[in-house]
Design a protein around this ligand. Structure first.
Ligand code: SAH
Ligand code: SF4
Ligand code: F3S
Length: 444
């Protein structure tokens, strides 16, 4: 690889989950702290970071085609770093297959990106897929600006080993960031403009730590502590695992005003044999009972989930059980995916592969039911009054967009500034958003 001049501009492209987006933002800040500027809209940067996701098929193929396409205005290649979960899983292959890539950096090592960049500028290629999880956070610069709704990674990794999933391999074992670090980072985020913080983790409710007095606490304890920050208006968390739900977390939904009435609790399937084959450690009944308890603690809680259709061996009856579970819950929103065999996972070598057309058909039926329920939930919200956090400008002049407490997108006419909280009446519902009318002057 030839030496090149140090990059003046960067672009980070994130393709994955919210934690992948958080990582992308942190890499951007790291590069900015080294005096590199974000590239202007429509202009290729001197340095491009592809922050990849490995969760479903074709992710790796997409990386190679992106690498092929990257080109600056003068026809030369930018410096290219591949980061994220594909980098972790397939770092060596990327280096071998894509000579244009000069840096491969895993999700636990990206704090070392600046040193790798120095090497790349000198013409050396570098790979770093070490997993020293806590070191990363300590080495990252504090954030200077935060959006009204900001992410805060509190827990990383996964010990659950669902048989279809790559995350335990790409993100490593479950670790919790220390309480003091999290309180300090949350304070910084609020100072930098955040009004809402979403606590992130692959299994966020597996977070555990010690509070300032040395008492053992779980996620609910952390939420209660963060709720004391005066300028923080809202707290959310995602993604939870049914196995790690505690009485304290359920109770917090009834007791902590700043904790928003929303729960994303993936179930994947409504069929017990499939849940067992997935190694989910819960059955359909147990999952429904948990939701009931959340609803008792917070009757207006909006529910969300994740589903996989076409897991190996899924019969029509198994799929029907999923449809019944959906009907029983009435989700406010949900994500659904076709099963994708991932190299190295136990499910990839299971018998009973489902034909693609069967998967397509099941996914369509499932999504029709989920869309129906989402629209019904939005329609049932019409007439409600609620607080909306103003997150961005809408397409039309004077239009603002924000989120309801139930994570619905709400747009309304207002001269409110970003980060303000508007008291809004929800007046019209669509499948993906609602129209609102501002009632009271906004509170900063
Ligand atoms: N830790 C979270 C989410 C992990 S990934 C949890 O356990 O809920 C997000 C979602 O991607 C999963 O909930 C699952 O629905 C989906 N997913 C994961 N692996 C998949 C695979 N191999 N094929 C299809 N969907 C998958
Ligand atoms: Fe993957 Fe299961 Fe862990 Fe979620 S809990 S990250 S689906 S292994
Ligand atoms: Fe994708 Fe990695 Fe997140 S595989 S879903 S970016 S943890």
């Amino acid at each position: 690889m030839r030496a090149s001049s140090p990059p003046k501009t960067y672009r980070v492209k994130s393709f994955g989950c919210q934690m992948n987006v958080y990582d992308g933002d942190r890499m951007a800040e790291l590069l900015a702290s080294r005096g590199i500027a974000p590239a202007a809209e429509g202009e290729e940067a001197d340095l491009v970071v592809l922050n990849t996701c490995h969760i479903r098929e074709k992710a790796a193929e997409k990386v190679y085609s992106d690498i092929g396409r990257l080109q600056k205005a003068d026809g030369s290649k930018p410096l290219i770093a591949v980061a994220g979960c594909v980098a972790q899983a397939e770092g060596e292959e990327i280096m071998a297959r894509a000579p244009a890539v000069s840096m491969v950096v895993g999700p636990q090592a990206y704090h070392r990106l600046p040193e790798m960049l120095d090497k790349a500028v000198a013409g050396e290629r570098a790979t770093d897929t070490d997993m020293p999880p806590i070191a990363k956070f300590a080495a990252l610069p504090a954030r200077r600006r935060a959006p009204p709704s900001a992410f805060l990674t509190v827990q990383e990794g996964c010990d659950k080993f669902c048989t279809y999933c790559v995350v335990p391999y790409t993100r490593g074992a479950e670790i919790s960031r220390p309480f003091n670090d999290l309180v300090a980072e949350a304070e910084k985020l609020v100072e930098a403009g955040a009004r809402e913080i979403t606590l992130l983790g692959q299994n966020v409710n597996a977070w555990s730590g010690e509070d300032a007095k040395g008492r053992a606490i779980g996620l609910d304890g952390l939420i209660r502590e963060l709720a004391k920050l005066p300028n923080l208006a809202r707290i959310r968390y995602t993604t939870s695992h049914p196995m790690d739900v505690t009485d304290g977390l359920i109770a917090a939904h009834g007791e902590v005003d700043k904790l928003m009435p929303f729960l994303h609790l993936p179930v994947q399937s409504g069929s017990d044999p499939i849940l067992k084959a997935m190694n989910r450690s819960h059955d359909a009944e147990g999952y429904l009972r948990l939701l009931e308890r959340f609803r008792e603690a917070r009757p207006d809680i909006a529910l969300s989930g994740d589903f996989i259709v076409g897991f190996p061996g899924e019969t029509e009856a198994d799929f029907e059980a999923t449809m019944q579970l959906v009907d029983a819950v009435g989700y406010a929103q949900a994500f659904s995916f076709k099963y994708s065999a991932r190299p190295g996972t136990p499910a990839a070598s299971m018998d009973g592969a489902i034909a693609p057309e069967v998967m397509d058909e099941r996914l369509q039926r499932l999504q029709a039911a989920l869309n129906r329920d989402q629209l019904a939930f939005n329609q049932a919200s019409v007439g409600k009054r609620c607080a909306v956090l103003v997150e961005r400008k809408g397409k039309k002049p004077g239009q603002m967009l924000g989120k309801s407490p139930w994570l619905q997108s709400v747009w309304f006419e207002s001269d409110a500034a970003l980060g303000e909280i508007a008291e809004v009446e929800l007046v019209e519902a669509g499948p993906n958003s609602l129209a609102g009318r501002v009632l009271a002057p906004v509170s900063a």
